[in-house]
Design a protein around this ligand. Sequence first.
Ligand SMILES: [Zn+2]
Length: 105
Amino acid sequence: MEVFDKWLSAELKPFKRDFDQIKVTKQRCLGCSSKLITWILDFDPQFTYPDWELGKCNDCGKLNLIQIENARSFQPKTFTLIKSFKRSEFSKEAVLNELLKLEKK
Ligand SMILES: [Zn+2]
């Protein structure tokens, strides 16, 4: 993964102007307080992301509800996406219940 990140940042250098325009969202991991970083590749304030996303912290493995609001496309940087739930079918509370169930496994 580290190698991949190095490769990616090297690849991105020629496009630094674009890179600077990528929005980054950060939230604290509930397990270890690391920053969970998401690159918002396509931000659109008119758009509401249709799913809840559960991400697993790359540092401690804790599941977190990832905050993705107005992104049409994004890339997780310090966590791994585990599962998504449709906002139309799951309330936030229901997703948090699912998260607890997954953690017990
Ligand atoms: Zn963590």
